[in-house]
Ligand binder design. Structure first.
Ligand code: FES
Length: 118
């Protein structure tokens, strides 16, 4: 694979639990999360609706493609401070807090299940 891969940590806004996965520098955080079995809230997937809003706790994220100011605006603070995960490309390791909780759908690999039952 060409390009770099970065460790992305998602932090749940309510529970503060975290989950980590790898994201390349040419894949959106939303796509990489899906590949890792993490379902993030999203709708338009074009940077326009704000359903995938998140705050960057640590690291640097750039948007690939156009995004609207309205979609980047935090609904509570009114400030344009959110990244949109459907357009978000990491520039290095990052910790991100989506405004909405996520769901894990990942099925444990057999080796992990066998280790747990031993
Ligand atoms: S899903 Fe609509 S802005 Fe990301």
């Amino acid at each position: 694979m060409n390009g770099k891969q970065w460790r992305i940590v998602l932090r749940d806004p309510a529970t503060k639990k975290t989950v980590a996965f790898l994201c390349s520098d040419h894949t959106t955080v939303l796509e990489a999360a899906r590949t890792a079995g993490i379902v993030l809230q999203a709708a338009c997937e074009r940077g326009g609706c704000g359903a995938c809003r998140a705050l960057v706790v640590r690291g640097e994220i750039r948007h690939a493609g156009p995004v609207t100011d309205k979609a980047q605006t935090h609904p509570s603070t009114g400030r344009k401070e959110c990244v949109l995960l459907c357009r978000a490309i990491p520039q290095g390791p990052a910790t991100i807090e989506p405004l909405a909780s996520w769901t894990l759908t990942r099925i444990k690999p057999m080796s992990e299940l066998l280790r747990e039952s031993a």
